[in-house]
Write a protein that binds this ligand. Structure first.
Ligand code: OGA
Ligand code: MN
Length: 266
């Protein structure tokens, strides 16, 4: 089947059909999907059937992998590069991270080098819900009202992870190292403050920015299909999990995530 790339929404996202990523493919195909990833921000490779090692090998084509700080207790046994995102339990304990994305965020934003991107592979899905939201932060930046652009110009924000107690400072507006486009990098899950700004001022400003980013024209909600492998560009996309059925015992959602290491944002 020839490789086909089809847009999924006006905001962002494209599905890749007819490419089996479990085996090596040539540089020309790699260049096509790399370009499609930069243009569409999220790619969903449909119909995959991947072993953990195959997911790792495919992920590594985009760069070295980055172990997640909480991987210690949530990685797949024998595979430190795979983070388990799962509602399953074993002997009364969670087998992975139950809810990796309760609020809009970008992965590892609290690190000096946040992730370039993450790949999430759906192994078991609930009969309904369990979707993932993605937001195009280039578009959100372009449409940012002038007074907010001025207010954040040249400013850095602090990021923190309660899970691993790590902190970092990053520009609120970052420039993508490959496309050169600007995007909004702060997020409600991990941003804790703005440098040289009072708490009251920070709170007012972030509330306005988040309300702006929370508009449907920037969003795509992915309804997972079995065999989907989603790869988001973490440098210009925020994402969130819809776990509205998390307390329902019949809600089973089991996924494997790999994370590609990124650069220091500028
Ligand atoms: C993640 C994440 C969202 C989801 O794996 O980094 O935020 O829908 N996942 O599980
Ligand atoms: Mn995440």
């Amino acid at each position: 089947m020839p490789l086909e790339i089809r847009s999924l929404s006006d905001a962002l996202g494209a599905e890749v059909i007819g490419l089996d990523v479990s085996h090596p493919f040539d540089d020309k195909i790699f260049a096509t999907i790399h370009q499609a990833h930069l243009e569409n921000l999220v790619l969903v490779f449909r119909g995959q059937n991947l072993t953990p090692q195959q997911q790792i090998e495919f992920s590594k084509r985009f760069g070295p992998l980055d172990a997640h700080p909480s991987q210690g207790n949530a990685h797949l046994e024998g595979y430190p590069d795979i983070l388990v995102i799962s509602t399953k339990t074993k002997d009364g304990k969670d087998v992975g991270i139950r809810n990796a994305g309760p609020m809009w965020h970008s992965d590892l934003a609290y690190r000096e080098r946040p992730a370039l991107g993450s790949m999430l592979y759906a192994l078991e899905l609930p009969d309904r819900r369990g979707n993932t939201g993605f937001a195009n932060m280039y578009k959100a930046y372009e449409a940012l009202p002038a007074h907010l652009k001025t207010a954040v110009e040249g400013k850095r924000a602090a990021f923190h992870s309660t899970r691993s107690d790590i902190d970092a400072l990053h520009p609120i507006i970052r420039t993508h190292p490959e496309t050169g486009w600007k995007s909004i990098f702060v997020n409600p899950q991990l941003t804790t403050g703005i440098e040289d700004m009072s708490e009251t001022e920070t709170e007012a400003l972030l509330t306005e920015i988040y309300a702006h980013c929370d508009q449907p024209q920037f969003h795509y909600w992915h309804e997972w299909q079995p065999g989907d492998l989603a790869f988001w560009d973490n440098r210009c996309v925020l994402h969130i999990a819809d776990h509205t059925r998390l307390d329902d015992p019949s809600y089973i959602r089991h996924m494997h995530r790999t994370t590609i290491a990124g650069d220091v944002p500028y």
